[in-house]
Write a protein that binds this ligand. Structure first.
Ligand code: NAD
Ligand code: MG
Length: 392
């Protein structure tokens, strides 16, 4: 007898990861079904996805979009139920409307629904790295208590996950080598970065991604967030995580064991591989991604990151070492700064400056509860916003 299809909730369905997830789901109609689709504000894009994937539920975050979603579903003759807001999303994620959740909302806005999936013991394909940076311990504890299986959907962490299949492997783990493409500005000095534009920053050489993570890749904050993410997912301290710039983006990360072995996972830079691992693990299914032709690529290079040109990576290591509320402050200040940069309110170098300034203004405090982390997040947002206004 074949297993029933996995009922998948895709949160952030209209985004880059959401699109890749739906592509993999559509390749396996017997095994995977999109049962809940959720998006932030683009009602038309969500309606088009509902027409294509016929989910039971569609959720729009922005309440102003609810009527358009409900009416659009009706006009299209779809039986999909319309919902709006975070609370509806949390209820659906925790209900039997789904057994698998792709957490691909961008930013701290994804925390509530990601946490709900962990608490409900769902298989959690976790792309929303900001929720781990903000509340990693709480999220990992919730998943462990409820028996939720977290499969990381960040190419690096998915690589490490594949290299560390069980607890025996963890026991002999010496360190993690996290690869970074270096982003669009690799090789530039700090002074070369003064006038770079949002268009240049989002033009990633290897990956096609949403605007926020693309800017994070350009500042190397993305790698900084990933260091904190790796700490929570795999239980290693920052001193056991090394970042290697690897411009070809074919080696997605490596793990070194105490016996001198180093394992790596390689593949083309396409998130559908990680998503297919997440849906099928421990089995393997077709993702639509071709295998790697190493002869065609020829070489694999590795370099040390330039922390002078890209101080965000250093700030993230420091926030991880400080612990408590510091990673939440780092993340929130960065979200505000990236959004201001994309709106051309500040320059590129102001992003690390604002994050550093906010971390200095709000020294780390112990953070044992979600409320204290959310409070730190809100205070950091206010501080960064004020600093932007004062700069103008
Ligand atoms: P994106 O900007 O392309 O998509 C974001 C999605 O989130 C959209 O569907 C948007 O409608 C939705 N959204 C935004 N705010 C929301 C809210 N308040 N409530 C509900 N939905 C909301 O972003 P992306 O590149 O797909 O990245 C999504 C997440 O995955 C991020 O956390 C990112 O760091 C992580 N990630 C992405 C990639 C990638 O290749 N794109 C790789 C690794 C990790
Ligand atoms: Mg990554």
């Amino acid at each position: 007898m074949t297993a029933p299809a996995r009922k998948v909730a895709v949160l952030g369905a209209t985004g880059s990861i959401g699109t890749s997830a739906l592509d993999v789901i559509a390749r396996h109609p017997e095994a995977l079904r999109a049962s809940v689709l959720a998006a932030g504000g683009r009602v038309d894009a969500l309606l088009a996805l509902c027409e294509r994937h016929r989910p039971e539920h569609a959720v729009i975050a922005d309440e102003r979009g609810f009527a358009a979603l409900r009416d659009g579903l009706r006009e299209r003759g779809l039986s999909t139920q319309a919902h709006c807001g975070d609370q509806a999303l949390v209820e659906l994620v925790g209900s039997d409307a789904c057994d698998t959740v792709v957490a691909a909302i961008v930013g701290a806005a994804g925390l509530t629904s990601t946490l709900a999936a962990a608490r409900a013991g769902k298989r959690l394909l976790l792309a929303n790295k900001e929720s781990l940076v903000l509340a990693g311990e709480l999220l990992m504890d919730a998943a462990a208590q409820a028996g939720a299986c977290i499969v990381p959907i960040d190419s690096e962490h998915n690589a490490i996950f594949q290299c560390l299949p069980d607890a025996h492997a963890h026991a002999g783990l010496k360190r993690i080598l996290l690869t970074a493409s270096g982003g669009p500005f690799r090789g530039r000095t700090r002074s070369d970065l003064t006038d770079v534009t949002p268009e240049q920053a989002v033009a990633h050489p290897k990956w096609s991604m949403g605007p926020k993570i693309s800017v994070d890749s350009a500042t190397l904050m993305n790698k900084g967030l990933e260091v904190i993410e790796a700490h929570h997912l795999f239980g290693v301290g920052g001193e056991r995580i090394q970042v290697l710039v690897h411009p070809q983006s074919l080696v997605h990360s490596l793990v070194e064991f105490v016996d001198g072995s180093t394992l790596a996972q390689l593949g083309l830079p396409d998130m559908r591989t990680a998503l297919a691992v997440g849906f099928a693990w421990p089995q393997r299914i077709d993702s639509g991604v071709a295998g790697l032709d190493l002869l065609a690529h020829g070489r694999l290079d590795f370099e040390r990151p330039d922390l002078d040109a890209f101080p965000c990576l250093r700030l993230a290591f420091e926030a991880l070492a400080a612990g408590g509320t510091a990673p939440a402050v780092l993340n929130a200040a960065n979200e505000v700064a990236v959004s201001a940069f994309l709106q051309r309110r500040i320059g590129f170098l102001a992003i690390p400056a604002l994050v550093e300034d906010t971390l200095a203004a709000l020294p780390s405090q112990p953070a044992s509860s979600l409320a204290s982390l959310r409070d730190a997040d809100q205070r950091a947002r206010r501080h960064a916003e004020q600093a932007i206004v004062q700069r103008a």
